[in-house]
Design a protein around this ligand. Structure first.
Ligand code: S6P
Ligand code: ZN
Length: 184
């Protein structure tokens, strides 16, 4: 078989920064149309300069069976209306591909749902690991006032499937009510 060279990478754990990443995904507010309850508030945010929403930093590896994709996801703090900033969320194209998240910085939730309508919210803060089992769509939500940064690992060939999420969203939304967090 074709051997790939082993490699190492450095994460500044205090800052939660992956050094020397070679793949970088950026999503701005305008990538989030249809995802928030308050579409007008999102439109306003886009008009006001379309701020950065979240980024993914990776040391790219082949998107093939046997490999493991890993990297850092960095979600900015903020709200759209009263709803906390979140990622789009996805199933994996190979639905039985699981994923592990280790929170390095910030506070938030991993919202998970199934096509059958089950929904769970797992709290995340520095040091907490969340296991996303096979078949669960997953979306990060930042409920803090600094970036929510997670280290993730998932099968190389898993792929992303945004499936029913753009039309149906998740059964739960997470709101900022004063200084309280409400999961509805
Ligand atoms: C990949 C992993 C993350 C997300 C990233 C962006 O399986 O879960 O790298 O891709 O957080 O989220 P989304 O929902 O926009 O793909
Ligand atoms: Zn995933």
């Amino acid at each position: 078989q074709l051997l790939m060279e082993p490699f190492g990478a450095d994460i500044d754990l205090a800052e939660a920064v992956l050094k020397d990443y070679n793949a970088h995904l950026v999503r701005k507010a305008s990538s989030m149309k249809g995802h928030y309850a308050d579409a007008d508030a999102l439109e306003k945010l886009i008009q006001q300069g379309d701020p950065l929403h979240y980024e993914v930093f990776e040391k790219a590896v082949p998107q093939e069976t046997g490999h493991l994709q890993f990297g850092l996801s960095k979600l900015q703090p903020g709200t759209v209306g009263e709803e906390f900033f979140m990622t789009k969320g996805h199933y994996h194209e190979i639905p039985e591909a699981a994923e592990v998240y280790l929170c390095l910085r910030g506070k938030g939730y991993m919202l998970m749902k199934t096509t059958e309508g089950e929904c769970r919210a797992e709290y995340m803060e520095r040091g907490r690991v969340v296991y996303v089992p096979p078949y669960w769509a997953h979306r990060s939500v930042n409920v803090g006032d600094e970036p929510l940064i997670t280290f993730y690992v998932y099968p190389g060939d898993a792929g992303h499937n945004y499936g029913d999420i753009e039309e149906e969203g998740f059964p739960k939304r997470i709101y900022k009510r004063g200084d309280k967090v409400e999961i509805l």
